[in-house]
Design a protein around this ligand. Structure first.
Ligand code: ARG
Ligand code: ZN
Length: 477
């Protein structure tokens, strides 16, 4: 196809402007328009942000702007000690507030320098400052904590969070993992900046997200510092401690940190990781500029991590991803998430196709670029099978248990291709890029996406999106 030539052309840039000043916002699409705010009938809940799929995820009443984490991990004992300085702003008057913290006792807390009371209620840490906080007040809560971390076990999603390994630890997991290693407002709706300092015995690496900002050693321990400048959703924070080969280079003036566990044999993992800048540049031709200030990837070697995850600026890959060769399709998938999922994040988990459908579509684009198969072929092959289970699960509302179902990934990606067929290549590209720029560093919903698509297309796509995202049954072409 002529795709590559028009992608490279200057028309793309001109189109962007055109999309931005289109017709005024369109009317709600459906009776239960996903764009409409959740009914405000739900009472304020200090123990959840009100996500219908995960009512207890995150906490109500405040918004975090930054986490300053100082951690110390001893692989010999499996003990983690930390201090988290959390800067947040209240959304209402609060006599106390909750943080999510799994299996780790808090030992001390203060709010703006004055000691505060703490109480554990399951995985909720309740902090009560000496004086109530007033609406709109910015405060710093400093929590000292320590103990033996353990992952969150979920029958459906497997375990996520902090795993002790032979030589160190790995922390990662979607939809939740952060609360297993620091006190946090654990929902993607509350994105924040992070500084992460991890102290480990000399000779071990301590890898996290963002820009490496120095190391120092003292008394047999080395502190590794990381800086996450763009807002990050908590589940995208990662930690890898242990024996790793760490290679730092530069791309476009930004650091590339490529990390492979010592126990990984052969060169395939390194070979695949080394293509990170190239694949990112390829995706940037489609999605617009890469949204972050660092790159990289971490290949871990522990059977409990059996799926890759798009941790911000530095995806984690299980060694098994590269066991049959330097597979770059998964790399393309996780890198696409840097735009879709990481930079533009979910407002509620129901909209997960905005992450996985887009990342799967990026796999198809990459495979087409590599000459493996075309996007059209991938679409047609899936569409041809009327018995595929994807037709019985609406990707726009897959249910809590269907969060990572084939429908979300494949029918989600098909929705994008079907949209491209509806509106044409130019408008489709404008939609993708405008989506990435408009919501960069933010949160968005399916309703925001369908509204943007309609605005760029200049017509209603209500029936189209309803059939592809919200109905069971194979949509008509
Ligand atoms: N977002 C990950 C990916 O598609 C998948 C995570 C699946 N999570 C899970 N608990 N199974 O790259
Ligand atoms: Zn994914």
């Amino acid at each position: 196809m002529a795709m590559r030539s028009w992608l490279a052309g200057a028309t793309v840039v001109a189109l962007l402007g055109a999309g931005a000043c289109g017709s005024p916002a369109t009317k709600p699409l459906f009776k239960t328009d996903p764009r409409l705010p959740a009914p405000e009938t739900a009472a304020f809940d200090p123990a959840g942000v009100g996500d219908p799929y995960f009512p207890t995820a995150g906490n109500g009443g405040y918004d975090v702007s930054s986490y300053d984490l100082k951690l110390r991990y001893d692989p010999a004992t499996g003990r983690l000690d930390g201090t988290a300085a959390i800067t947040a702003t209240t959304a209402r008057d609060l006599t106390d507030f909750h943080l999510d913290l799994h299996a780790l006792p808090a030992t001390k807390a203060d709010v703006d320098g004055t000691a505060a009371a703490t109480r554990h209620d399951g995985d909720e840490l309740v902090v009560t400052p000496v004086a109530p906080l007033t609406a709109g007040q910015t405060f710093v809560a400093t929590i000292a904590y320590g103990g033996t971390p353990s992952p969150i076990e979920d029958r459906r999603f497997g375990s996520g969070g902090f795993f002790r390994t032979r030589d160190g630890a790995i922390a990662m997991g979607e939809p939740a993992s952060a609360s297993t290693w620091f006190p946090v407002n654990d929902h993607p709706r509350d994105k924040a900046h992070y500084t992460i300092e991890v102290t480990v015995p000399d000779g071990l690496a301590a890898i996290s997200n963002g820009v490496p900002s120095g190391q120092s050693s003292q008394g047999g321990w080395t502190s590794w510092r990381w800086e996450v400048t763009a807002p990050m959703a908590p589940y995208l924070a990662m930690l890898a401690i242990g024996k790793y080969r760490v290679v730092t280079s530069e791309h476009d003036g930004k650091p590339v940190v490529s990390v492979v566990a010592d126990t990984v044999r052969g060169d395939d993992a390194q070979t695949a990781l080394a293509r990170t800048p190239e694949i990112t540049d390829f995706l940037a031709q489609w999605f617009g500029p890469y949204p972050f200030d660092a790159y990289g990837g971490v290949v871990v070697d522990d059977e409990r991590v059996d799926e890759a995850l798009e941790t911000q600026t530095r995806p984690v890959y299980p060694a098994s991803t590269f066991r049959r060769g330097p597979d770059t399709v998964t790399v393309a998938h996780e890198l696409a998430h840097q735009w879709f999922g990481d930079s533009v994040s979910l407002t509620r988990w129901r909209d997960i196709w905005l992450n996985e459908g887009f990342a799967t579509y990026a796999e198809w684009l990459w495979q087409e670029h590599e000459g493996t198969s075309t996007v059209r072929e991938r679409f047609d092959r899936l569409y041809r099978n009327p018995d595929n289970r994807i037709w019985s699960v609406p990707p726009g509302d897959p249910g809590r248990g269907g969060l990572f179902s084939d429908s979300v990934y494949q029918r989600g990606a098909m929705t994008l291709q079907a949209l491209r067929d509806q509106v044409g290549d130019d408008a489709f590209l404008t939609i993708l890029r405008t989506w990435a720029t408009t919501h960069r560093d933010g949160n968005a919903t399916t309703g925001d996406f369908t509204a943007l698509a309609e605005k760029v297309a200049g017509r209603s796509l209500a029936g189209f999106f309803d059939a592809w995202l919200f109905q069971t049954g194979r949509p008509q072409l």
